[in-house]
Ligand binder design. Structure first.
Ligand code: ATP
Length: 329
């Protein structure tokens, strides 16, 4: 395979142990170019360790990593140029002004002097930092400092950006700005972000990787994860009619449908029901038709999608259960 076509990142059987602790336990994944990958896991799962290895800041104990076809171990200098990295709690020089810092970092990253000025203007605009370009970094709020970190990571236009918890400690308005900023990189750069904020990941990422105790417990698009981890979908129905005939009426549409009453009928005879199916295709229209034909009056019918939070909890719970079983043996 030509380097030009190689995936942005390929990780094969990566392991990292710190004296007695296995922080990363045989993980493998591949990330196509131009995609945004969300890296999820509870505290101590091994996210930061993996990110530090990918960026060449921490050696792995074993395994292989290649970045755009370059081996991390034998071509470390090249790999570092391909990645913009924003570490967790990114340390920034307190006494420098924003534009001075970006200029300094740009020169270190070997951005030619001629193009550095216009590029700094571009990233200041992109990160909504123009107003603070002459401010001392130490006097900036947390949200602005995070954005200075992102501006620095994208400054030299590397093909890959890795950000460890870019929205941690930000208020909802600042989170929105950072989210839009990350989304604006889609297609232009390959991005890996770790986050605890699941709706963030759901809205921004093309692909999600969930790790727990150093192992990958689920990976795929948010949609694939819903299907593979949760494996069913719910419909919420509010209807009036003979409850003993509801199961039969719904069964005409989907034999596997499970029906559960939620609460008692109200004064007008309407009652809420939870319908659970293993089928992925939309059933709404068919259900409305069969319920109508069976004489039910329907006030509402809606499909409720499991959230990424449901997926995350189910996937990590499942892996805790497996570990508990291993310990019993
Ligand atoms: N320098 C170190 N020395 C020893 N153990 C470490 C070191 N750094 C991390 N660990 C351990 O490795 C494991 C993974 O830690 P890591 O920081 O990678 O997790 P994380 O998923 O990024 O967690 P968080 O979300 O809390 O930042 C943890 O058990 C942690 O205690």
């Amino acid at each position: 395979m030509e380097r030009g076509e190689a995936p942005a990142i390929e990780v094969h059987d990566l392991v990292k142990t710190y004296a007695g602790t296995t922080a990363v336990d045989h993980i493998s994944f591949s990330l196509p170019r131009g995609e945004i990958l969300g890296f999820l896991g509870p505290n101590g799962a091994g996210k930061s360790t993996t990110m530090r290895i990918l960026t060449g800041y921490l050696p792995a104990s074993s395994g292989r990593v290649s970045v755009c076809g370059h081996s991390l171990t034998s071509q470390l200098a090249e790999v570092k140029k391909l990645i913009g990295y924003m570490p967790e709690n990114n340390p920034l020089p307190e006494d420098m002004r924003v534009h001075e810092y970006l200029y300094f970092r740009g020169r270190l990253k070997e951005v030619p002097r001629r193009t550095l000025g216009p590029r700094i203007d571009e990233v200041l605009e992109l990160c909504d930092l123009k107003r603070v370009r002459h401010k001392i970094i130490g006097k900036l709020s947390k949200g602005f400092r995070q954005r200075v970190g992102i501006a620095e990571a994208i400054l030299a236009e590397p093909p890959i950006i890795i950000m460890d918890e870019p929205t941690i400690g930000l208020d909802p308005h600042q989170i929105l700005i950072v989210r839009d900023l990350i989304a604006s990189l889609r297609g232009r750069m390959t991005v890996i972000i770790s986050s605890h904020i699941l709706p963030e990941i759901e809205m921004t990422c093309d692909r999600v990787l969930i790790i727990n105790q150093g192992r990958i417990v689920a990976q795929g698009t948010p949609e694939e994860l819903r299907r593979s981890v949760i494996g069913h979908s719910h419909y919420e129905l509010e209807a009036a009619g003979d409850p003993s005939r509801l199961s039969e009426a719904c069964g005409a549409c989907d034999e596997s449908l499970q029906i559960e009453a939620r609460g008692e009928p109200d004064a007008t005879g309407f009652r809420r029901w939870l319908l659970t199916t293993k089928r992925e295709d939309p059933l709404g229209e068919g259900l409305l038709k069969t319920l109508g034909e069976a004489g039910f009056r329907v006030r509402s019918l809606s499909r409720s999608q499991p959230t990424l939070e449901d997926v995350f909890l189910a996937a990590t719970r499942r892996s805790w259960d497996v570990t508990a079983e291993d310990l019993k043996r």
